[in-house]
Design a protein around this ligand. Sequence first.
Ligand SMILES: C[S@@+](CC[C@H](N)C(=O)[O-])C[C@H]1O[C@@H](n2cnc3c(N)ncnc32)[C@H](O)[C@@H]1O
Length: 269
Amino acid sequence: MAVSGTLSTFRLPPLPTIREIIKLFRLQAVKQLSQNFLLDLRLTDKIVRKAGDLTNAYVYEVGPGPGGITRSILNANVTELLVVEKDSRFIPGLQMLSDAAPGKLRIVHGDVLTYKIERAFPESLKRRWEDDPPNVHIIGNLPFSVSTPLIIKWLENVSCKDGPFVYGRTQMTLTFQKEVAERLTASTGSKQRSRLSVMAQYLCNVQHILTIPGRAFVPKPETECLSSQKPEEPDNMRIFKGTTRQHKERGGLGARSTWTGRVRPHLCQ
Ligand SMILES: C[S@@+](CC[C@H](N)C(=O)[O-])C[C@H]1O[C@@H](n2cnc3c(N)ncnc32)[C@H](O)[C@@H]1O
């Protein structure tokens, strides 16, 4: 007799809008914590779709804030979503989401720069580096004040296969301010080429997948002009998808402070 399988899909129940949450919990953006919120759930759904199929995935979201991207991740049929947020004002709103998605959302009030994600998810998720990526994803509209130190830390983690990469080649779908994004993808000879470009491209495939206009954020972000040149799209944000490369060699780039541009041919499969 054929066994009929049931596909269970999870949808959040009707909830107050993100704008209402911001009003309800008086969540005015704090500049020091780089707070620019995405309120349009169609846009956050689009960002989350770019991460690929998240069915049964374990997802780590950095800086959920009022929870726009968080809602879209929860609606993507994940097994577990772990969020790390530094600002305690967002915790009650996130708790409300957790109540609406029983057993799916784990909230950590903490700092992404120090949080130890390597112990957060089940051991059984671990894959060898040369295997297909594990069903573990990092997603985030990164806090701009920490985006560069955080991505450098993660790149060091890739090189050492530790931190979020103890699970294998964990995939990242990240939103950065344009300046950081341009450095991540800058090719040899371009003005934005930097240590970050070399490290990122040596260790990962970095792919630009979406440009988000500044007006989509509340408040609209102020962009930093790194040079006297006028940027072409001063108010745009860019979203990237990074997949770690399957480097066969051992060792890594070592500590940030000692890295001096070691460039070698890829040893990828
Ligand atoms: C750019 S906002 C994005 C908020 C939300 N994800 C969205 O897209 O609307 C960055 C978020 O990261 C949080 N944040 C800033 N620094 C942080 C840190 N070191 N650790 C954890 N969260 C942090 C801020 O409080 C804020 O909620």
